[in-house]
Design a protein around this ligand. Structure first.
Ligand code: ADP
Length: 299
């Protein structure tokens, strides 16, 4: 709370008057802090692979110059680090592009089932390579068409499926499902023993019918106390193995902003050792939905 005092140059009953103004700056300070934290985190995340690249360049010019085996090994590490920088930059650019038009609701009719098929086709080689079975469940007749941005819906499905595969072990099953339902559904699954259910983004309209995109894995699961933080930028659960590729920590932040732009919702259900389910809800194409005001912008 900031207070300002201004003499008014007026007097009442012989006493001089002053104006005292109190301004609540909590929100503007919070926005400022979030922005500067984000910049600091982004710089730090980019600096780490860059420092590693610089170090290896020095080594290659120095004592590894005449050692072909060491050179090959270092070049492979450098390639991986350069790849990591490229992924970070791609994700940062996606996030800023999404935020730029987050207040404009997308309205192109998008077939959710077709989007899922594309993503499954793109990621099934990775599933095969990791010996993880991909199970696709789609409605037979129901046309799951939502007003949306096709590329962004694909990105949601891809990020969720990519995570599910990343945290699965050999022999696990990953299930990707398109269904219709109310956004409050899934509570029944949450009733299973020890499974925590946390809404990461609440949809605009309770009780409305949504198309749901649900991805379930049999991975390590996530502890209850970590669930609310999953969509924070650069947040990663500590001590978690994620295969050979370190994530950017931006995937779920991107998912949340895209769903927000679509006025939808996002729920996670998980239990340590039992696996994780993410459900994205998208409002179906209805006349009433078209009349509604623009979505609020996510924090
Ligand atoms: P990342 O690029 O690190 O995967 P995300 O934003 O996609 O970033 O996810 C944030 C964190 O949430 C991950 O680092 C991981 O710790 C956790 N996480 C996401 N999806 C899963 C999952 N399916 N199973 C277990 N942990 C997950």
């Amino acid at each position: 709370l900031r207070a300002y005092a201004r003499p008014l140059g007026l007097a009442l009953d012989g006493r001089r008057l002053a104006l005292l103004v109190f301004r609540d700056e909590t929100e503007s300070r919070r926005v400022e802090r979030t922005r500067s934290d984000f910049l600091a985190n982004a710089s730090h995340e980019l600096r780490t692979p860059l420092a590693s690249l610089t170090g290896f360049i020095e080594t290659l010019r120095g004592h590894a110059k005449d050692d072909p085996a060491a050179r090959e090994r270092f070049l492979a590490i450098m390639q991986a680090q350069a790849g990591r920088m490229a992924r970070l930059i791609n994700d940062l650019m996606s996030l800023s592009r999404i935020e730029l038009n987050e207040h404009i609701a997308p309205d192109e009719p998008v077939d959710l089932v077709a989007c899922v098929s594309d993503v499954v086709d793109a990621l099934s080689p990775i599933a095969r390579e990791r010996s993880v079975a991909l199970q696709v469940v789609q409605p037979e007749r129901w046309p799951a068409v939502i007003p949306g941005d096709r590329d962004q819906i694909i990105q949601v499905a891809q990020n969720l499926l990519d995570n599910a595969l990343k945290y699965s072990s050999e022999g696990d099953i990953v299930r990707i499902e398109v269904a219709s339902g109310l956004s409050g559904e899934g509570a029944a699954a949450g009733a299973a023993r020890g499974v925590a259910r946390v809404p990461l983004l609440t949809p605009d309209q309770a009780g409305e019918t949504y198309a749901a995109l649900r991805v379930t894995d049999q991975g390590p699961g996530i502890a209850r106390e970590n669930l609310p933080r999953l969509t924070e930028r650069f947040y990663r659960v500590e001590g978690q193995k994620s295969g050979e590729r370190l994530g950017t920590g931006l995937g779920l932040a991107i998912v949340k902003h895209i769903i927000n732009r679509h006025r939808g919702g996002l729920v996670v259900e998980s239990a340590p050792t039992q696996g994780t389910t993410f459900t994205a809800y998208f409002p179906l194409l209805t006349a009433a939905a078209a009349e509604r005001p623009r979505p609020r912008v996510a924090k």
